[in-house]
Design a binder for this molecule. Structure first.
Ligand code: 5RP
Length: 241
């Protein structure tokens, strides 16, 4: 790739994210819904489109965030911010993903918001993924090379690393902030491990093993949760899996 090609590639990726987000919002968002709002860069386009439709079509929707970022996004776009206390049943949750496999299993948590994202997704009647086409893979680990994000209680991070590596192999690295200024701290005040794996096919089993380790709060494995995924390409076309 020449040095001038990179911005064009990035523009294409953003166009893909936007196309997927707009297509999903147009198809799925209806008047009266309680909507779970995911985190990351793709969801920004979805929230902007929801706000446009609310204004143009006078829709009445309530939004529940999965992170500080999502909460601010809802607020900044003038949408109604709600909570699980008031709205424990969510009609639809929309979120990005780091990878989605052929069975709609996902790796999520590249942005570190996996725990609240999973709570919202699991309390939604329907959970949909949006992303650019790089996220569409046949098996997990093809595109996203950073491993499975795992949120852990800070005092337990070291034994959890050792237990994961002993039980499942691979390496579980503590996620560090930019320039290694310190560990990344989640919205819940916890730390993140990124578990790099090899030759895994039984994701239900792996998810169960990790979740059973004391001090593990949640994993970024979203197994059998998504109803469909929208993938966008640079030319604006969208495929649905
Ligand atoms: C954050 C997430 C994001 O949804 C995921 O990382 C995808 O982000 P993006 O839309 O920026 O590619 O799981 O915890």
């Amino acid at each position: 790739m020449g040095k001038h090609d990179e911005p064009i590639v990035l523009e294409g990726i953003e166009a893909g994210k936007k196309a997927a987000a707009i297509e999903a919002v147009n198809a799925l968002i209806k008047d009266g819904q309680v909507i779970g709002i995911g985190s990351g860069s793709t969801i920004v386009y979805a929230v902007e489109r929801i706000a446009e439709r609310v204004a143009a079509e006078k829709l009445s929707v309530q939004c529940i965030p999965t992170s500080f970022q999502a909460r601010k996004l809802i607020h900044d776009n003038g949408l109604i911010l709600e909570s699980l206390e008031n709205c424990p049943v969510i009609d639809i949750a929309l979120d990005g993903a780091d990878e989605v496999d052929a069975e709609l299993n996902c790796i999520k948590g590249g942005g570190g918001c996996l725990t609240q994202e999973k709570i919202i997704a699991s309390n939604a009647k329907d959970f949909f993924i949006i992303g650019d086409t790089r996220k569409k893979v046949e098996s997990l680990g093809t595109h996203w090379k950073k491993g499975v994000p795992i949120e852990v209680i800070p005092m337990a991070y070291r034994p959890i690393q050792l237990q994961i590596e002993k039980k499942l192999g691979g390496s579980a690295e503590l996620r560090m902030a930019h320039r290694k200024a310190g560990p990344v701290v989640t919205d819940n005040g916890n730390l993140l491990l990124d578990w790099k794996f090899q030759n895994i096919t039984d994701w239900d089993y792996v998810n169960g093993v990790i979740k059973m380790i004391p001090g593990v709060v949640e994993t970024g494995l979203f197994i059998h949760m998504a109803k469909a995924a929208y993938f966008g390409t640079a030319d604006g076309s969208v495929s649905i899996r």
